[in-house]
Design a protein around this ligand. Structure first.
Ligand SMILES: [Zn+2]
Length: 284
């Protein structure tokens, strides 16, 4: 069973009702099982996969998610386009709760996560532009067409969590010019690039982070999460018929070309077998 487009759902977005003829797949990977079984089905006639990033019942905190198993499992299904759905806080007055952001940059403040498939060989991919421009553009257009208030571009700062930021940290991030804050974009985006998949994000804003001196109640946040989930579902339905849009021509699909520094002879059979879905075509 294959899929070409995957949606990785975050907080508040656990099971899209829109997959037709859905099948649930339990996949194993050399990095362990993914966060949840993967649901594969049709959206507008296209084969799509859905993975709940935090697992069934939201059991994994951002630091405990096995991002490698998740991306590896999607790659094994033949997925070429990954759209991450993530709840975020806003660091700017003009980015309001219930709005959407398609970020174009990332800043990494995570500390406790395995962030590469390549522990046993030396690979340096380019990551200057962490999101696929073409996929992001298509996502932006889809969000506009369904009438969402959506901003294109912006920097997502990824913190380790699970605690939210202190007010001092939140203010520092604002001074550094960042736009939104969350806990899961990394290493997800790095691993998708290592796996040569186009990756973009639909960030749904739930609240202003703590920099804004107003009481944010959990009730408000949850309410906003639920309202965002409804818009997200509409955007997915709208974007799918327009994907994939690159036909393999964009840079994401060739990220490993010239990036593998270790010579082929120095890569053991065991390692090349383990990483076959990721690097197989370069190790022939
Ligand atoms: Zn791309």
């Amino acid at each position: 069973m294959n899929a070409e487009i995957a949606f990785v759902g975050g907080t508040g977005f656990y099971s899209p009702d829109l997959l037709e003829d859905a099948t649930t797949l339990a996949i194993s990977t050399p990095f362990g099982p993914p966060s949840s079984d993967i649901i594969v089905g049709l959206v507008e006639g296209r084969a799509c996969a859905f993975l709940a990033r935090h697992g069934a019942g939201h059991r994994f905190s951002p630091s405990r998610i096995d991002y490698r198993a998740n991306i590896y499992a999607l790659k094994s299904l033949g997925v070429t386009n990954v759209i991450a759905i993530s709840a975020v806080g806003s660091l700017k007055e003009k980015i309001k709760p219930l709005e959407m952001v398609i970020p174009d940059q990332l800043f990494d403040r995570t500390k406790l996560r395995s962030n590469t498939f390549f522990e046993d060989i030396c690979v340096h991919i380019s990551f200057a532009d962490p999101f696929c421009r073409d996929l992001s553009q298509e996502l932006y257009r889809a969000a506009q067409r369904v009438g969402c208030s959506v901003k294109k571009g912006g920097t997502y700062i990824c913190i380790e969590g699970p605690q939210f930021s202190t007010r001092a940290e939140s203010n520092a991030y604002r001074h550094m010019g960042f736009d939104i804050i969350g806990m899961t974009a990394l290493p997800e985006a790095k691993l998708a690039r290592e796996a040569e998949m186009c990756f973009s994000m639909l960030a749904t804003v739930t609240d202003y982070d703590v920099w804004r001196e107003e009481e944010v109640t959990i009730e408000t946040v949850i309410n906003n999460v639920n309202r965002n989930a409804a818009s997200t579902q509409e955007i997915i339905q709208e974007v799918v018929p327009h994907l994939p849009i690159t036909n393999g021509s964009c840079q994401c699909r060739h990220a490993l070309r010239d990036a593998i520094v270790t010579s082929t002879e120095a890569i053991s059979d065991e390692v090349s077998e383990k990483l076959r879905p990721i690097v197989g075509k370069y190790l022939k």
